[in-house]
Design a protein around this ligand. Structure first.
Ligand code: FEO
Length: 170
């Protein structure tokens, strides 16, 4: 058993975040399945990829808690939200989830700073960077969506955008 090197408060916060990352994966899973059954396979592929990424985040936190002498607690994950109305709604909701998640990551970094827990502060930087990348990526896709859905009527542009997303970086 590792010597405990994180505070009880930090252990609790990290455990909450671990479950939240599992929830994020649940959100992506549900939002990926929806375009999958509505013939947007590129968007589905993109979102399934993110589902895996969120699971990796969950596992990274689990390992960190245990490596620092804490104890990861596997708890229930909330149900995924209802299906979005359309692709635009889907993307807007994903962005909202990511922004909320960034705020939760900030809480970990803030507490680490307050406690002078530099190991966790350093660990948290990975997630800060990750969230910047994810927000930027989703914002970019929303811009594309707005262009494709407003400049030319019809589904041709959406079809192109869907193909594009198959190869979008995760
Ligand atoms: Fe791991 Fe996008 O939150």
């Amino acid at each position: 058993m590792n010597t405990k090197r994180i505070s009880d408060k930090m252990e609790k916060l990290l455990n909450t975040q671990m479950t939240r990352e599992a929830y994020q994966a649940q959100v992506y899973l549900s939002y990926a399945s929806w375009p999958g059954v509505n013939s947007f396979s590129g968007i589905a592929t993109f979102l399934y990829g993110h589902m895996h990424e969120e699971r990796e985040h969950m596992f990274k936190i689990l390992k960190y808690i245990n490596d620092r002498g804490g104890s990861a607690k596997i708890e229930a994950i909330d149900a995924a939200p209802a299906n979005p109305k359309d692709i635009g709604d889907c993307l807007a909701k994903i962005l909202k989830h990511e922004i909320n998640n960034s705020k939760e990551i900030d809480k970990i970094v803030n507490l680490a700073h307050e406690e002078k827990d530099w190991a966790t502060f350093n660990f948290g930087q990975y997630f800060v960077t990750e969230q910047i990348e994810e927000e930027t990526l989703i914002n970019g896709i929303i811009d594309k969506y707005n262009l494709t859905s407003t400049e030319i009527k019809g589904n041709t542009n959406l079809y192109e955008m869907d193909k594009d997303l198959t190869n979008a970086s995760q």
